[in-house]
Design a protein around this ligand. Structure first.
Ligand code: NAD
Length: 240
């Protein structure tokens, strides 16, 4: 039997229990730090050293971070389902957990690229400094999509295709504030099941027909608890 297709859209909350801070929560990264200074193309043009300092810290924090039960449950779903992970996260915890089909919409902290040559990628191992250059002699920067930059077109196309074919969409640990990632669940077919796993309030708009048909469920739990529960439910629905 053909495996059911599941699209998992993840945000910073899925990594919170691995000790990686979210952005917008109380105690999150944006408390006391202006995202426009450290995570925007304008910030890079004005004070690149602040940007590099911010991302060097983020990259170094990842060395000690391990996947939690949610990342592992997502990876293990591949035994029974055809899974595409679309993540807004720049950490590598889905990779560490063993997921094999991952789209990093906002880039990744594991790679760098030259500011004038965007094709080639280098591993992000040593801290970047002003004056760190790649093979073409251009300044290296993290391979992150900053505010004010466009997402990779291929990533958008692959995400759209996965969404349009999804039988189920699991949205986990995202405030759904960042566009266009927050439109991904609504690209799925009308009869797809959508689960939103997040301990916070659901304060984004859900199309009426999704609510009325009972196709949208808010699982108001932390990712490590909610994700394994949803996986068990999907196994009951589709595998028995
Ligand atoms: P966000 O900070 O806006 O929202 C985090 C969400 O996670 C909130 O809705 C919160 O209620 C929820 N949450 C907190 N703890 C949780 C838990 N234990 N389980 C489940 N949910 C939990 O994050 P976002 O929506 O991903 O915002 C998008 C931006 O944040 C992206 O651009 C992304 O690159 C960036 N970001 C990534 C990382 C990372 O790579 N781990 C960390 C911080 C921010």
């Amino acid at each position: 039997m053909k495996k059911k297709k599941i699209l998992v859209l993840t945000g910073a909350g899925v990594s919170a229990e691995s000790g990686v801070k979210t952005f917008r929560d109380h105690g999150g990264l944006w408390e006391g730090i202006d995202p426009m200074v450290v995570a925007s193309i304008g910030g890079w043009e004005k004070t690149p050293e602040k940007v590099l300092e911010f991302y060097n810290m983020r990259k170094n924090e990842l060395k000690n971070a391990s996947p939690n039960a949610a990342h592992i449950a997502i990876a293990e779903m591949e035994k029974d389902f055809d899974v595409t992970v679309v993540t807004q996260n720049v950490d590598d915890l889905h990779e560490k957990a063993g997921s094999t089909n991952i789209i990093h919409l906002h880039g990744t902290l594991t790679l760098t690229k030259e500011e004038d040559r965007s094709e080639e990628r280098y591993p992000y191992i040593d801290d970047l400094k002003i004056g760190s250059v790649g093979r073409n002699g251009s300044q290296l920067r993290p391979d992150i999509v900053w505010f004010g930059e466009n997402l990779d077109l291929m990533d958008i196309q692959k995400t759209r295709m996965a969404a349009e074919e999804a039988d189920v969409c699991i949205v986990v640990g995202t405030s759904m504030q960042v566009s266009p990632a927050n439109s991904v669940p609504w690209m799925t077919p009308e009869l797809s099941l959508i689960y939103y796993i997040d301990p916070g309030e659901q304060d984004f708009h859900v199309p009426k027909f999704r609510m009325r048909g009972g196709f949208f469920t808010h699982v108001k739990k932390k990712a490590s608890e909610g994700l394994p529960e949803v996986v068990e439910e999907l196994k009951r629905i589709y595998l028995k």
